[in-house]
Structures are given as structure tokens and as C-alpha cells.
Design a protein around this ligand. Structure first.
Ligand code: FES
Ligand code: FES
Length: 176
């Protein structure tokens, strides 16, 4: 990392690509992603660590990019929602969110997807409680959470029946 008076040069890997960004020294990782690298999928919600809309993966671990200084990502691997899948080849979570109607306004969705992707990496067959715990830091004002939980369980292959079916695991409705 090169530090100048008011700016610093950050080198990091984003979604598998080596990237370099010159950013003000006060920039967070979220500001670096959105305003220096043009990756606007990660959302700037509360901007103070409360809502989870800015969640990205840092070396595979979900973190809140809005309260993570940019320099903390120096030399590390960042995965944003743009790196999970593409419109042509969506991540299984993205496909399940679409089929279950788990995104409404969509503002929480990138952070939800990143938190859920990390969960499925470490726990390929999660329980409903595992999903609730993994997403406890991601707030949603629209969905009531149930469809999100269903979509994550569906993507993991542990919830059969598809959208509209009730297999007894659908008692969610509250992230807390
Ligand atoms: S924008 Fe980061 S937690 Fe809300
Ligand atoms: S879909 Fe609107 S906040 Fe979650």
C-alpha cells in the first residue's frame, strides 16, 4: 500500500480480479467498491454497521464493508454480489431467491446473498436455525424473511417442494 498525504493506493483482489484503487484515506471498503471501482451491487444503507446491506466477503468471511477501512482489504480477496454469479449463470442462491420471490425492493438482497453464500460454504446443509443465525445481521423491510429463509434452504437442497409448498420448515417470519 502506498500512503500519500490524503490518499492511499489499495491493491486487492475483487471477484477474482486484481484491482488497484487510489482512494481518500478515510474511505471505507464499501466506498472503495462503489465509488472507486464502480461495483454498486453492495448497498449503502445505514452506513454505520446496523443493516447488513453492505455485506461482502473478505477472504470468504462476511463483513460489513461500510465500517471496514479500505486499507484492511489490502492484499486480500473480496467477493461482492457481482462475483457470485451472472445473469446467464446465476449462483444457486440467486436462482432460488428469484423463484421464491425472496427479493422485493432488492435493497437488502446483495448483502443477504453474500451472508447466505458464506453459510452454504461452511454448512452445505443448514437447518432453518442455521439460516436465521447467519442472516441475523441482515435486515429486510419488505419480505418478512420467510421467503428468504425458504430460498436459502432450497438453494442448499434441504427444502423440497418448491415455492408455495409447506414442508413444516416454513415457520420463519422473523430474522431475530
Ligand atoms: S450499510 Fe453497512 S451495515 Fe448498513
Ligand atoms: S427486499 Fe426490500 S429490504 Fe429486503
Amino acid at each position: 500500500m502506498t500512503r500519500l498525504a490524503t490518499h492511499e493506493i489499495i491493491r486487492l483482489e475483487v471477484n477474482g480480479d486484481d484491482r488497484v484503487a487510489g482512494v481518500p484515506t478515510h474511505f471505507t471498503l464499501l466506498e472503495t467498491l462503489r465509488y472507486a471501482l464502480g461495483l454498486t451491487g453492495s448497498k449503502q444503507g445505514c452506513d454505520k454497521g446496523d443493516c447488513g446491506a453492505c455485506t461482502v466477503l473478505l477472504d470468504g468471511v462476511p463483513i460489513l464493508a461500510c465500517i471496514t477501512p479500505a486499507w484492511e482489504a489490502e492484499g486480500r480477496a473480496v467477493t461482492t454480489v457481482e462475483g457470485l454469479g451472472t445473469p446467464e449463470r446465476p449462483h444457486p442462491l440467486q436462482d432460488a431467491f428469484d423463484r421464491w420471490g425472496a427479493g422485493q425492493c432488492g435493497f437488502c438482497t446483495p448483502g443477504m446473498l453474500c451472508s447466505a453464500a458464506a453459510l452454504l460454504d461452511r454448512t452445505p446443509e443448514p437447518s432453518l436455525d442455521d439460516v436465521k443465525e447467519a442472516l441475523a445481521g441482515n435486515l429486510c423491510r419488505c419480505t418478512g424473511y420467510t421467503k428468504i429463509f425458504d430460498a436459502v434452504l432450497d438453494a442448499a437442497g434441504v427444502r423440497g417442494g418448491g415455492p408455495g409448498a409447506d414442508n413444516g420448515e416454513n415457520e420463519g417470519g422473523d430474522a431475530g
